[in-house]
Design a protein around this ligand. Structure first.
Ligand SMILES: [Zn+2]
Length: 512
């Protein structure tokens, strides 16, 4: 199977039809009810990997010279035939099976007598639950129950593992950005736009590694001898071509094809299946890489590292995923680039695992509406206003969680926080849309901050009431609840919140 020329990517057409496509078919039937509007893999982490496959393929074969080239294709997408021609020169590197180089698989492993064989289920990153906002179903079947996987699903599992590889014991290397990084994707109206929105111009992309490294294995590490990492030998940005950030191979894996056809335990479709793969430790040990679609933060030594997700994705992450923060969080290059491309309004699709070292604890996924303002002074003002709103939420969520914990003598801290962020989210997006209009009309945003304070106060009180009444409360507990409630009120009307964080006038009658 060839991942350029054969159909294997599950997708939905606008009319709801579920199909499998080749990568170049993403521009077929655009503008009709048959256009390809979303990826439709059996697991949400596979969808996250597939969009990176498409972005990476476009970045590798069709990178625009500059923003006008980029805009030209956004408005007038190339035909599927044109795309096919662009992808053809690299198709040799995208065979899943056969005797030659195989996509994301170690070239020499099959003949290595120190390899070990593993059940195919082990190729899947095991995540016990998922928190996808859109689809609230449990997509993750325990991997122990997966015994046979079809070649379509196998491609997706292999891709997902190489991109996200968690720590896995001695010599089991993590992904190029660490285990299960966060990804922020600028969404479009269809799969083509979503992929193309995240492709950078050459001049921007070239900085991610070394453009002077132009051989096939510099781009596709499986096309030659693997840069293995015995004795901790690292592979740095100067060692590889920039496109390798999309085609990384931290794990040495070779699929063991037995030529059997059966029903796939993941997608339930019948085709050629794989039951086992070979592996060996000490794959490529990537160090010091950044990635175009991953936000970064600074560690205590001032080193910029890829961000990882450890709680549900929501508007709290506007800071860091959309704008810089004072403590060193920076959005992905594609996001800052969208500003210079004057994308005014888009949805940001953010996702990633919550990895606890070797274990995936959870999968988080969310969509944030983003609005840019063209005028740079206004854009800065807009962001500083949004920072105040989010800091206010953060402070109130802290006050509220502490109050509930005190009132109920319980350990509900995180549950209260998450409920608060989730429930205030729709109003936040409503307010920042209004805020945009205020800033563009050269107003100061004060009325939005006042409205936001009022809203947060009301919401915090509601959640407190709801949670403190849900228990059977005796006399002593009732006193504790009353005390905690009074403290909460004091905090949410405090000078710290109103004046220092939200910049509201000191006296109520001042400017209300
Ligand atoms: Zn399958």
């Amino acid at each position: 199977m060839n991942l350029i020329n054969d159909v294997w990517i599950p997708a939905h057409r606008k009319n709801g039809e579920k199909i499998k496509i080749t990568p170049w078919q993403i521009t077929e039937d655009i503008g009709t009810d048959r256009e390809i509007v979303e990826l439709a893999a059996v697991r949400p982490d596979f969808n996250g990997a597939l969009i990176q496959f498409l972005i990476g393929l476009l970045q590798t074969t069709c990178a625009p010279k500059g923003n006008s080239d980029w805009r030209n294709w956004l408005n007038n997408p190339p035909s599927a035939d044109e795309l096919k021609k662009k992808f053809e020169p690299v198709s040799f590197a995208f065979n899943l099976d056969g005797d030659g180089p195989r996509f994301m698989q170690d070239f020499y492993l099959e003949k290595d007598d120190k390899k070990t064989s593993k059940d195919i289920g082990k190729l899947l990153i095991d995540a016990p639950g998922e928190q996808a906002l859109k689809k609230n179903t449990d997509f993750f079947i325990k991997r122990d129950r997966i015994k046979k996987v079809c070649i379509h699903c196998c491609s997706q599992a292999l891709l997902t593992l190489q991109i996200n590889a968690p720590a896995g014991g001695k010599g089991q290397r993590v992904g190029l950005r660490g285990g299960g990084p966060v990804n922020t994707i600028i969404m479009g109206e269809n799969v083509w736009q979503t992929a193309w929105n995240n492709v950078l111009a050459d001049s921007e992309f070239d900085r991610f590694a070394n453009v002077a490294k132009t051989t096939e294995p510099d781009k596709f590490p499986w096309c030659g001898q693997t840069r293995t990492s015995e004795r901790d030998k690292a592979t740095m940005t100067q060692d590889v071509h920039p496109v390798q950030v999309y085609w990384s191979m931290p794990r040495r894996i070779r699929l063991n094809f037995m030529g059997q056809t059966n029903t796939c335990d993941l997608c339930r479709e019948k085709r050629q299946i794989v039951k086992a793969y070979w592996t060996k430790p000490y794959g490529v040990k990537y160090e010091g890489f950044k990635h175009p679609i991953t936000p970064t933060y600074k560690n205590k030594d001032g080193l910029s590292l890829s961000a990882h997700q450890h709680e549900p994705i929501g508007y709290k992450y506007w800071m860091g995923y959309v704008q810089n923060t004072d403590d060193g969080h920076e959005p992905a290059k594609t996001i800052t680039n969208a500003y210079s491309r004057r994308l005014q309004k888009f949805r940001l699709w953010a996702f990633g695992y919550d990895m606890d070292n070797m274990k995936a604890c959870c999968w988080y996924e969310g969509v944030m509406p983003v609005i840019f303002i063209d005028n740079e002074t206004q854009w800065k003002h807009y962001n500083s206003e949004i920072t105040m709103l989010i800091q206010a939420s953060d402070t109130v969520s802290d006050y509220l969680s502490k109050a509930v914990v005190k009132a109920l003598n319980s350990s509900l801290f995180n549950a209260v926080r998450q409920r608060f962020w989730r429930e205030t989210e729709p109003e936040f997006y409503r307010q920042i849309a209004l805020l945009r209009d205020e800033i563009v009309a050269c107003k100061d945003g004060l009325s939005i901050r006042q409205a936001w304070h009022k809203y947060l106060v009301g919401n915090a009180q509601n959640i407190f009431d709801d949670m403190s009444q849900s228990d059977l409360i005796d006399q002593i507990n009732a006193e504790r609840v009353a005390k905690a409630y009074n403290e909460l009120r004091k905090c949410i009307y405090s000078k710290k919140l109103k004046v220092e964080i939200l910049g509201l006038p000191k006296k109520k009658e001042g400017n209300a």
